[in-house]
Ligand binder design. Structure first.
Ligand SMILES: *[C@@H]1O[C@H](CO)[C@@H](O)[C@H](O)[C@H]1NC(C)=O
Ligand SMILES: *[C@@H]1O[C@H](CO)[C@@H](O)[C@H](O)[C@H]1NC(C)=O
Ligand SMILES: *[C@@H]1O[C@H](CO)[C@@H](O)[C@H](O)[C@H]1NC(C)=O
Ligand SMILES: *[C@@H]1O[C@H](CO)[C@@H](O)[C@H](O)[C@H]1NC(C)=O
Length: 956
C-alpha cells in the first residue's frame, strides 16, 4: 500500500468532524420578522454570481419577490436583533461525491461586516488561492475552507482575524511561507487544522503554537513538518490548553517528545502521532496523562508497550496497529491489565504487528467493544475467552495461524456483534443446522475458513450485511434463493474460489447503490450473465462457465466501473461498442473466451485504461486506431486472436507508457514499424507467431527498460476504493500482474518479480537479414527468442553482454559461423536452443554450454561436447550424435516465451481505520463543540467525507 494511502486510511480514523454549535449571538427576543438588509442581499447575490452552481444548491437565493428575505436563504443566518447576516454556512458534507459549488469567491462578501461564521468546506475552488480579502472579515470567529481545492500560499492576511476561534483550512494544497508569525496573532484560536498543507519551511511551529493560549485542537496531518526541531523550541512554555493533538504522517522522530510531554497537561484527551518514525518503546509518559482518552500510534516502529499504559483509567481507545510490537500476546494483555485501563478500554487495536502466542484470557476487559489482533503471528486454538466479551461489536482476528472449530457456543453471548473477521486462519465454522445467531452482522469476512460444503444457512436472517466475504471456504452448493432475496444492500461481495454452481439471478437491485463490488471468480456459475448493478465499481466473474454475450455491460451506466474481469469463461459474441460509458475503467480482462468480430472503436474512449487483455479469443480485422493521446495503458495483450494488417504505428506513438505488449499468434504482416522503438518502458514485447517480415530494427536499443538489469516495481494499479457505506469498512484493492513463461510444459512464474521480467520474442515470423548488434545492448533481457525466422549472419560475440539471459532461442534460422565463446559467459542461461542453423566449428568448452541437451545443437555442423562427434583437430572418430539429434526434433521444443499476465485481486481492508476515532470525553465537547452524535453518524460522516476527498486527491 502506498504510504499516501496508508496515511489516508489513518486519516479516516481520525477525521473528526467537529461541527460548531450554532454560534448564534444571543439575540433579544423579537417576534416581528426582520427582513434582511438590502445591501447585504445584493452582496450575497454578487457572491452567488461568482459561483458556478450546477446543481441548484443556491436556488433559494434570488431577486424574486418570494425570495426577498435573504435571511431565509439556504445557509444564511441573520441576527434576530439587527438583521445583519452573521453566518454563511454553505459547507458540503460530501455524502458520496456530492454536487458542490465551484467558481470564485466574490469580494462582495466584505459587505457582510457582521459575518462571524463562514464555512465553504467541501466546495471546489479548483486550484485557486484563498482570497486575501477574507482577512478583512474582521469579526469572523469561524472560518471553514477545508477540502475546497484551494492551492498556493496561505494568505498572511488571515492573521488579522483576531477573533478567530476555528481555522479549518486542511485538506487543500496550501503552502506556508517561511514565516507563520501571523498565526500567533490568532490568540482566540481554539481549533486549528492545517492538514495537508506544505509546512516544510515552518521551522518555528512550536514557537508559534506556544503563543496560542486557547488552542485546544491541533491538526497537522501530512504537513511535511521540518524533520529537525530547533532545540531552543523543545522546552517552550507552551500552551497548556491543548486537548487534541493530531500530528500524523510527518516523519516525526523521538525529538517530538520533549515538546509533546511539555504541552501535554492534564487536559489532553486525544493524541494521534500515527504514521511517523517513532521507535523503540512507547514512552511511559503517555501512561501519566490522566485524561487521555484516545491514543493513536499506528504505523510507527514501536516495539514494546510499557506497563504504565495499564494505569490509564480514562483510556477508551488504544491503537498500536502497524508497528513492530513483539512478544507474547498474554504478556501484552497482562501489562494492560495491571491497572484500570482494562475496565475503561473500549477499543483495542494491536493488528499488524509481530505478536505471537495464543489468545489469552480477556477477563476484566469488560468494556471492550472493538478488538483487533489481526495480522499477527498468533497460533493455538481459539478459546472461549473472546466469547465472554459480551459488549463486543467488532472482532478482527484474521490473518493469524489460529486453529480449531468455532461453534455457536463461541458466538452466542456476542449479541451486539456487527463485524466479524476471521479470514485467513485455519478455522472451521460449525454451527448446528438451525442455529439463529443472536447478532446482526454488517460485515463478515470468513475467507479461507472452512464453511462448506453447504452454503451457510445461519446467514439466513442476517439481513443487514453490507460486506460479505466467504471466498475459498469449501462451499460446493448453489446459492439459495433466500440469500438473493434478502440481500439488497451488499456493497462488497466475495464468493470467489469455491465450487458454487448454478445460474445468477438478476442482481441489479440487490446491491448497495454506491459502488458495490462483486467477486465471484473461480466457481462454476453458468448460463448467461444477468443484469448487474448499475453503479458497480468492480466485477470479477472470471474462471466460471458463463456463456452468451456480454451486452449486459452496456446497461452498467453508473460511470463507476474501475475493473472488469470476465476472463476464462465461455462467453462469445461480438464485443459491445459502449465503452465510452466506462470513463474510469482501469482494468479490462476478457481473455480466454470466444469473442469474435472486430475490436470496437469505442475502446479508445477508455482514457484511464491501464490494462487491456483480449488474449485468446477469435477477434479479427485490423486494429482500430484507438488509444492515441495520453493513454495510461501499461499492458496490452491482444495475443492469440486472428487480428490482421500491419502493426499500427499508433502503438509506438501513443502508448508511451506500455510496459507489456503482446501481439503474438495473430496474422499481422508487414514489417515492424520504427515507431515501436518509442516504447522506452516496454519490458515484455512479444510479436511471435505472426507473418511479420523485413528486418529487426536497429532502434530496438531504445527500449531503455530492457537495457538495464534493474527492475521496475511494476504493479498496474495500486489501491483504490471499491465501496463505502454507512458503517462499512473501507476496502481498497491492489492488482498485481504475473508473467508466466512456459517451457516444455514447465511454467516459470514471475509475480512479485514481474518488474524484473524482460522479454523480447520475435519468433515464428518471416524476419530476415542480420540481427542488429544493437539488440545486444538490451542487457536486462532475461529471455530472447528469435527462432523460426530467416535471420542470417554470424552470432555476434557481443551476445556476451546479455548477462541476465535465462532463455535464449535462436533455432531454425540461417545463422552461420561458429558459436562465439562469449556465449559461455552467460552464467544464468538455463534454456538455450541453437538447433537448425548453419553453425559450425567447436562448441566452446568448459562451461554450461556442455550441459545442454545435444538436440539444442542439432541441425548444424558443430562438434565437440556435448555432441558425441569430436572436432577434426581432436583424436578419435566422429560419433553419430548429429543424426540422432535430428530425430528428436519435435514441436514441444519450441520455447514459448509467451506470457500470460493475470490479474490478482489483493484486497486490503482498512479495518483498523476506525480506531483513532474521537471517543472524546464530553467535557470540552459540551463546552465548545457539537459533535455528531453516535458512532453510526460518525462513520457516516467520516466515511463519506473522506471518499470524496480521496477521489479528488488521488485519482486524478
Ligand atoms: C431567531 O428567530 C428565529 C425565527 O423566529 C427563531 O427560530 C430562532 O430561535 C431565534 N433565535 C434566537 C436566538 O432567538
Ligand atoms: C518520510 O520518510 C520517507 C522515507 O524516509 C520518505 O519517503 C517520505 O517522503 C517522508 N515523508 C515526509 C512527509 O517527509
Ligand atoms: C506457536 O508459535 C510458537 C513460536 O512463535 C511456537 O514455539 C509454538 O510451538 C507454536 N505453537 C503451536 C501450537 O503451534
Ligand atoms: C448492545 O447495544 C445496545 C444498544 O447500544 C445496548 O443498549 C446494550 O446494552 C448492548 N448490550 C450489551 C451486552 O452490551
Amino acid at each position: 500500500m502506498s504510504s499516501k494511502w496508508f496515511l489516508v486510511l489513518q486519516y479516516l480514523a481520525l477525521f473528526s468532524v467537529i461541527l460548531f454549535d450554532q454560534l448564534e449571538p444571543r439575540a433579544a427576543d423579537s417576534s416581528n420578522i426582520i427582513r434582511c438588509i438590502d445591501e447585504e442581499r445584493e452582496a450575497l447575490l454578487a457572491f452567488k454570481q461568482g459561483l458556478v452552481d450546477e446543481s441548484g444548491i443556491l436556488s433559494s437565493w434570488g431577486r424574486e419577490d418570494e425570495k426577498r428575505d435573504c435571511c431565509g436563504w439556504r445557509g444564511v443566518n441573520c441576527s434576530n436583533r439587527t438583521g445583519h447576516v452573521y453566518k454563511l454556512d454553505l459547507h458540503i458534507l460530501q455524502v458520496f461525491p456530492s454536487p458542490c459549488l465551484k467558481g470564485t469567491i466574490s469580494s462582495s462578501l466584505l459587505i457582510l461586516q457582521h459575518l462571524t461564521y463562514l464555512d465553504l468546506s467541501g466546495n471546489n475552488f479548483s486550484g485557486s488561492s484563498i482570497p486575501e480579502f477574507i482577512g478583512s472579515l474582521s469579526k469572523l470567529s469561524y472560518l471553514g475552507l477545508s477540502n475546497t481545492e484551494f492551492a498556493g500560499p496561505i494568505p498572511l492576511q488571515l492573521g488579522n482575524l483576531s477573533r478567530l476561534q476555528v481555522l479549518d483550512i486542511g485538506f487543500n494544497s496550501l503552502i506556508s511561507g517561511e514565516n507563520l508569525e501571523w498565526l500567533s496573532h490568532l490568540s482566540s484560536l481554539i481549533y486549528l487544522d492545517l492538514s495537508f498543507s506544505n509546512l516544510s519551511k515552518f521551522s518555528n511551529w512550536m514557537q508559534v503554537l506556544s503563543k496560542l493560549d486557547s488552542l485546544k485542537a491541533l491538526y497537522l496531518i501530512s504537513c511535511d513538518l521540518p524533520p529537525t526541531i530547533p532545540s531552543s523550541d523543545l522546552y517552550l512554555n507552551s500552551s497548556t490548553s491543548l486537548e487534541v493533538i493530531v500530528i500524523l504522517g510527518n516523519n516525526l522522530t523521538d525529538s517530538i517528545y520533549p515538546w509533546l510531554f511539555n504541552v501535554s497537561s492534564n487536559l489532553v484527551e486525544l493524541i494521534n502521532l500515527g504514521s511517523n518514525q517513532l521507535q523503540g518503546s512507547i514512552p511511559e509518559a503517555f501512561g501519566h496523562m490522566p485524561s487521555l482518552n484516545t491514543l493513536f500510534l499506528a504505523s510507527n516502529q514501536f516495539r514494546e508497550i510499557p506497563k504504565s499504559l495499564g494505569n490509564m483509567c480514562n483510556l477508551k481507545s488504544l491503537t498500536l496497529s502497524y508497528n513492530t510490537l513483539r512478544g507474547d500476546l498474554s504478556e501484552i494483555i497482562q501489562n494492560l491489565s495491571d491497572g484500570c485501563t482494562k475496565t475503561s478500554l473500549a477499543w483495542l487495536f494491536l493488528d499488524s504487528n509481530e505478536i505471537t502466542g495464543s489468545l489469552p484470557n480477556f477477563g476484566g476487559f469488560s468494556s471492550l467493544k472493538r478488538l483487533s489482533i489481526a495480522n499477527n503471528r498468533l497460533n493455538g486454538t481459539i478459546n472461549k475467552s473472546v466469547g465472554q466479551l459480551v459488549k463486543l461489536e467488532s472482532l478482527f482476528l484474521h490473518n493469524n495461524s489460529l486453529r480449531g472449530v468455532i461453534s455457536e457456543a463461541f458466538l452466542s453471548n456476542l449479541s451486539n456483534l456487527t463485524i466479524l473477521y476471521l479470514a485467513d486462519n485455519s478455522l472451521t465454522l460449525e454451527f448446528s443446522h438451525d442455529w439463529i445467531p443472536p447478532f446482526q452482522l454488517s460485515q463478515v469476512n470468513l475467507g479461507s475458513c472452512k464453511i462448506g460444503p453447504r452454503f451457510p444457512k445461519w446467514l439466513r436472517n442476517q439481513n443487514q450485511i453490507l460486506s460479505l466475504d466467504i471466498s475459498n471456504s469449501g462451499i460446493s452448493d448453489t446459492v439459495p434463493n433466500w440469500f438473493w432475496n434478502q440481500t439488497y444492500n451488499l456493497s462488497f461481495f466475495n464468493l470467489s474460489n469455491n465450487q458454487i454452481k448454478g445460474k445468477l439471478p438478476n442482481l441489479s437491485s440487490r446491491f448497495h447503490p454506491y459502488r458495490p463490488g462483486i467477486d465471484i471468480s473461480s466457481n462454476q456459475f453458468e448460463g448467461p450473465i444477468p443484469q448487474l448493478p448499475l453503479n458497480a465499481s468492480f466485477l470479477n466473474l472470471s474462471k466460471n462457465k458463463f456463456s452468451g454475450s456480454i451486452s449486459f455491460l452496456c446497461s452498467i451506466t453508473g460511470h463507476k466501473l474501475d475493473y472488469i474481469d470476465l476472463s476464462n469463461n465461455l462467453l462469445s459474441g461480438r464485443l459491445p461498442d459502449c465503452w465510452s460509458q466506462f470513463d474510469s475503467l482501469a482494468i479490462l480482462n476478457l481473455a480466454n473466451n470466444s469473442f469474435f468480430g472486430k475490436i470496437p472503436d469505442s475502446i479508445g474512449f477508455l482514457k484511464n485504461l491501464q490494462s487491456l487483455s483480449l488474449y485468446n479469443n477469435r477477434l479479427t480485422g485490423e486494429l482500430p486506431s484507438f488509444f492515441t493521446n495520453g493513454s495510461q495503458l501499461t499492458l496490452m495483450d491482444l495475443g492469440k486472436n486472428g487480428l490482421s494488417g500491419e502493426i499500427p504505428t499508433w502503438i509506438g506513438e501513443g502508448l508511451v507508457n506500455l510496459v507489456v505488449l503482446s501481439l503474438k499468434s495473430n496474422k499481422f504482416n508487414g514489417s515492424i514499424p520504427l515507431q515501436l522503438c518509442h516504447l522506452a518502458n516496454v519490458q515484455i514485447l512479444d510479436l511471435s507467431s505472426n507473418n511479420i517480415s523485413g528486418i529487426i530494427p536497429k532502434c530496438f536499443n531504445n527500449f531503455t527498460a530492457m537495457t538495464h538489469e534493474k527492475g521496475s516495481n511494476l504493479t498496474l494499479i495500486s489501491n483504490y476504493y471499491t465501496s463505502l457505506a454507512y458503517d462499512s469498512l473501507k476496502t481498497t484493492k491492489s492488482y498485481f500482474d504475473k508473467a508466466v513463461l512456459t517451457w516444455k510444459g514447465s511454467q516459470y512464474e514471475y509475480q512479485s518479480t514481474l518488474g524484473l521480467v524482460k522479454i523480447l520474442d520475435l519468433s515464428s515470423n518471416k524476419l530476415g537479414g542480420e540481427v542488429p548488434e544493437e539488440i545486444m545492448d538490451l542487457a536486462g533481457l532475461i529471455a530472447l527468442n528469435l527462432s523460426r525466422n530467416t535471420l542470417t549472419g554470424q552470432i555476434t560475440p557481443k551476445i556476451g553482454q546479455l548477462k541476465s539471459l535465462d532463455f535464449l532461442d535462436l533455432s531454425r534460422n540461417q545463422f552461420f559461423g561458429s558459436i562465439p565463446s562469449s556465449l559461455s559467459q552467460l552464467s544464468r542461461l538455463s534454456v538455450m536452443d541453437l538447433s537448425y542453423n548453419n553453425l559450425s566449428g567447436k562448441i566452446p568448452s568448459g562451461t554450461q554450454l556442455q550441459s545442454f541437451s545435444t538436440s539444442m545443437y542439432a541441425g548444424n555442423e558443430l562438434c565437440g561436447l556435448p555432441l558425441p562427434n569430436k572436432c577434426p583437430d581432436e583424436d578419435s572418430a566422429p560419433g553419430p550424435g548429429k543424426d540422432d539429434a535430428k530425430t528428436s526434433e519435435d514441436e514441444d521444443q519450441f520455447i514459448t516465451l509467451g506470457f500470460y499476465v493475470s490479474l490478482i485481486l489483493g484486497f486490503v481492508v482498512g479495518f483498523w481505520g476506525f480506531c483513532g476515532t474521537l471517543l472524546v470525553k464530553s467535557s470540552w465537547r459540551h463546552r465548545y463543540y457539537n459533535f455528531l452524535t453516535g458512532v453510526k453518524n460518525w462513520f457516516y460522516v467520516t466515511a463519506v467525507v473522506n471518499i470524496a476527498k480521496l477521489q479528488r486527491r488521488f485519482r486524478n
